[in-house]
Design a protein around this ligand. Structure first.
Ligand code: F6R
Length: 606
């Protein structure tokens, strides 16, 4: 998500920080800032927009002697991309300056508490509470204060602080957000990602969760949360700059596939209360009365986001009992939709800028509907124009083919369906315990990568493939076939499993790959019958089923198991092997995975 750089040494610090931030630009960001320590003060310079805008306002002359500082590029989560919300953030006195990547889940409570004690806030961010906590808890030792601050934080953080109370030092802490230390000679660095370190050193320490780091120009000390010193492992980076941007993965798409456990965890952060209720905080104002008035829900989107909408439709109908329709935005906007002030419209868009989705949002509002947006980009057009926003905290998605945006959209829609059920007095909270386990289950599926790669090498030799499933498995099949065709250029189609014999079965011949999803217990027997139909015509059947399913072995040529998961949540897990399958099929065919032909990441024209 955000980019972090810190430096302590003998060089002029401003160019080091700006160069480091430039090297993290590929991650995407919406504002940037630096804090420079010099002559007993720490001064902040920050700006919304691109790095070039920050470069225009940084007072280079004033900081020409400075050799300690921190820099940050922000990907907004709490609060829009504005100058005030850009990092670094300071406490009331300016003595403590922080940058942070991650999400502080209990920031609202902390902010309330600190305000009551007289602290004055200048931004809407979760990060600013950290600066004020330092001010509140400081006695006479910065390191001890860091421990006390961390003890108050719930959520994820890569956190760096520079303070006039303990000059010539950078302090850092990590929990669930990456932080790497660069070991130089007479200088040391910190960054959220390796590329920022490479001009200065290839010797690094990858910080682990629960660790603190203290950096001076001559030393780096790593401690655990109790203050015990830890002997860190030194990792020598042999990647070139381009490989480092991808954290050593061959493509951004593969990196993003592997980021999904973390993206799911972040999207969940702070959204399940202690008394097992779903809550959406910032930007969400749908009241219980409004929820009770809803007579129909439309889920509107394009492409992969539309496939997420299809899953959302199932969940809302099943859990809430309200009729729900998923529709493609470019169709919806021109077909005089039956939308009234009793209709709730949910628009789903990773970028928040897709022209058709935005037009559908406007059309719905003009007809009196309330619009909820599910989006990944804070401050995007969709986020600004919708009445309520649920953010997917997937972080920037760079590969054109959507992966982590899709699974986090599914998670956000699952939470939203449970929220609607809860407000309408229906029992759906039983899903919440299962939801909490999804990141770990996603990690387990990703461990089967080597087997899926072998399978992909077989599929890559074909020019056509079919995906079949029933119910939610069909919705996932649609996403699977889109992923395969957009990056490998293999022609692929998805069908409701029961629909094949109404025409498409004619295309199944000896060896035709049929990827068959059968994760829904209530539809299992029916799906297996359809699998038998294609098998009888010579299909090469790949079964995607739950662990422990022995029966499928009789019918499938290859079986991919996913962990046991509630059927309503299974799309979030079942899609993962399909993403890997598409990725490795495209690699096997030598295609440009991250930038497939004819496609753009953000479709801002009709
Ligand atoms: C496919 C893909 C597209 C997008 C679609 C909508 O991998 O990424 O189908 O899902 O263009 O984009 P957003 O979600 O930005 O509105």
């Amino acid at each position: 998500m955000c980019g972090i750089v810190g430096y302590v040494g003998k060089r002029q610090v401003v160019p080091v920080l700006l160069d480091g931030l430039r090297r993290l630009e590929y991650r995407g960001y919406d504002s940037a800032g630096v804090a420079i320590a010099q002559n007993g003060t720490v001064k902040v310079s920050k700006k919304a927009g691109r790095l070039s805008e920050l470069e225009e306002v940084v007072p280079y002359e004033e900081f020409s002697q400075a050799t300690i500082g921190i820099g940050h590029t922000r990907w907004a989560t709490h609060g829009k991309p504005t100058d005030d919300n850009a990092h670094p953030h300071q406490d009331c006195t300016g003595d403590f300056t922080v940058i942070h990547n991650g999400i502080i889940e209990n920031y609202a409570e902390l902010r309330r508490e600190l305000k009551e004690k007289g602290h004055v806030f200048r931004s809407e961010t979760d990060t600013e509470v950290i600066a004020h906590l330092f001010e509140e808890l400081y006695e006479d030792n910065l390191e001890e204060t860091m421990k006390k601050v961390i003890a108050r934080l719930e959520g994820s953080y890569a956190l760096v602080v520079v303070s006039v109370r303990d000059k010539n030092k950078l302090l850092a802490a990590r929990q669930d957000s990456p932080l790497v230390i660069g070991l130089g000679k007479g200088e040391n660095l910190l960054a959220s990602d390796i590329p920022a370190l490479l001009p200065y050193t290839r010797e690094t320490i990858i910080m682990e969760d629960g660790q603190l780091a203290i950096l001076t120009e001559d030393s780096v000390t790593i401690k655990d949360i109790k203050g015990n010193t830890i002997e860190p492992k030194i990792f020598h980076v042999h990647w070139d700059d381009v490989a480092a941007e991808k954290a050593g993965y061959e493509h951004f798409m593969l990196k993003e596939i592997h980021e999904q456990p973390k993206a799911l965890k972040d999207t969940l952060a702070g959204r399940i209360t202690e008394d097992n209720k779903v809550k959406f905080a910032e930007g969400f104002a749908l009241t219980p009365e409004m929820v009770r008035d809803i007579e129909k829900v439309y889920l509107i989107a394009c492409g992969t986001a539309y496939h997420a909408g299809l899953v959302g439709k199932h969940l809302i109908e099943k859990l809430v009992g309200i009729p729900a329709e998923a529709d493609v935005a470019s169709e919806f906007r021109y077909r005089d939709p039956l939308v009234t002030d009793k209709t709730l419209v949910v628009v789903v868009s990773q970028s928040g800028e897709t022209a058709d989705t935005l037009a559908a949002l406007r059309e719905s509002k003009a007809r009196g509907a309330r619009v909820v947006a599910v989006t990944n980009v804070v401050g995007s057009s969709v986020a600004r124009e919708a009445d309520d926003v649920i953010y997917t905290w997937a972080g920037p998605e760079i590969a054109v083919a959507s992966t982590k945006a899709y699974t986090t959209q599914l998670l956000a829609l699952s939470l939203f369906a449970i929220y609607l059920a809860q407000e309408r007095g229906k029992e759906a909270t039983y899903l919440l315990e299962e939801i909490k386990k999804l990141p770990e289950k996603a990690s387990r599926v990703l461990e089967t990568e080597a087997r899926i790669k072998e399978l992909a090498e077989v599929i890559a030799k074909h020019d056509d493939a079919f995906y079949i499933g029933r119910g939610l498995d069909f919705a996932v099949s649609l996403e699977g076939q889109l992923k395969l065709k957009e990056i490998s250029y293999i022609h692929a189609e998805a069908y409701p499993a029961g629909e094949l014999k109404h025409g498409t079965l004619a295309l199944i011949t000896e060896g035709t790959p049929v990827i068959s999803l059968a994760t829904q217990p209530s539809l299992y027997e029916k799906t297996v019958s359809n699998i038998q139909e294609v098998k009888a015509r010579g299909a090469y059947v790949v079964g995607i089923v739950k662990e422990g399913d022995e029966k499928i072995n009789e019918h499938a040529d290859v079986v991919i198991n996913i962990p046991e998961v509630n059927p309503l949540l299974s799309p979030i897990i079942a899609v993962l092997p399909l993403q890997l399958l598409s990725y490795y099929a495209a690699v096997a065919r030598g295609e440009d995975v991250d930038k497939p032909r004819n496609l753009a990441k953000s479709v801002t024209v009709e």
